[in-house]
Ligand binder design. Structure first.
Ligand code: ATP
Ligand code: MP5
Length: 268
């Protein structure tokens, strides 16, 4: 079995963050581990409080895992503030994991700033160059590049600009554009387009967390980047198609639909 680590924030409602990541890892048959960067009090309606974990405790969590266990892939999510980013960057430089999937989480679906505005530069300068693949949504790609994105052409332009900031691959996610759910994968030479039709649901809490954790799992399981992204897009699409109407706001996706269906737990 392969071991995959998420470095991210805790979501008390279980739809995003560490909780979504660990569910996604389990659904992919990899062993999940976590370094918690912040604890959030949130549900489907909003984020109500955040407490950042100290840099010392983040560093100790990273050390405890890497000094003992082989890590086949790392996924990075909510990183909150400059000190957290510096601590994670130092850990990655020291332990040099093979696969690093960076989801540059900035603002929650409910509009809360999970990344402090003053930490954007540190995320760009310190974490982007260490990423195997970075997975910005439209808003994050706009913040990272400083350009406005209204079309696939703009997404392409952003992918080129972000690639020049150091990651090996860039996946710009188009889930927030009006028409289809089209993502663009750029490897430095070619753009690959992954398109599905947009699913009409409000329940998309944690879609970015889930997609990036699926990519990390698939890379750990030995797939190439192109295969890992394709399989992960299929996984998130099924998870959104079968998303759960839990709570009064933006509900979570279904991590185990295919597994449960196969095992007969779901028989509709
Ligand atoms: N309504 C939808 N129908 C189909 N696919 C979607 C939909 N919304 C998002 N996706 C897909 O889900 C994946 C995650 O994209 P999204 O743009 O939602 O990420 P995100 O905004 O970073 O998520 P989060 O806010 O949870 O971090 C992408 O592959 C995107 O195309
Ligand atoms: C701890 C944590 N990490 C990430 C997200 C982003 O997910 P979303 O944009 O779907 O709210 C979140 N809400 N909470």
């Amino acid at each position: 079995m392969k071991n995959v680590l998420t470095i991210a924030g805790s979501d008390s409602s279980g739809g995003a963050g560490i909780q979504a990541d660990l569910k996604t890892f389990s659904a992919h048959g990899v062993f999940g581990m976590s370094v918690i960067t912040a604890v959030t009090a949130q549900n489907t309606q909003g984020v109500f409080a955040v407490e950042d974990i100290s840099p010392e405790l983040i560093a100790k969590q990273i050390e405890s895992i890497f000094e003992d266990i082989r890590v086949h892939a790392v996924k990075i999510g909510m990183v909150s503030k400059i000190e957290t980013i510096k601590t994670i960057a130092e850990g990655l430089k020291k332990y040099k994991p093979d696969n690093v999937v960076l989801d540059p989480v900035m603002v929650s679906k409910s509009g809360y700033h999970l990344l402090k505005p003053e930490a954007k530069e540190a995320l760009i300068n310190k974490l982007l160059p260490l990423a195997t693949i970075v997975t910005p949504n439209i808003h994050e790609a706009e913040v990272i590049t400083g350009i406005k994105i209204n079309s696939l052409k703009d997404m392409e332009k952003a992918a080129y600009l972000i690639k020049n900031m150091g990651p090996k691959y860039v996946l710009v996610k188009g889930g927030h554009l009006e028409e289809n759910a089209t993502d663009l994968l750029f490897d430095g030479n070619n753009i690959e387009t992954l398109t599905t039709k947009k699913i009409n649901t409000k329940n998309t809490h944690g879609t970015g967390c889930t997609l990036s954790s699926a990519i990390a799992s698939n890379l750990a399981n030995g797939y190439s980047i192109h295969e890992a992204v394709k399989l992960s897009k299929e996984y998130i699409t099924t998870a959104i198609e079968n998303s759960l109407d839990i709570g009064k706001g933006v509900g979570p996706t279904h991590h185990f639909y295919t597994l449960y269906k196969r095992s007969g737990v779901i028989n509709e």
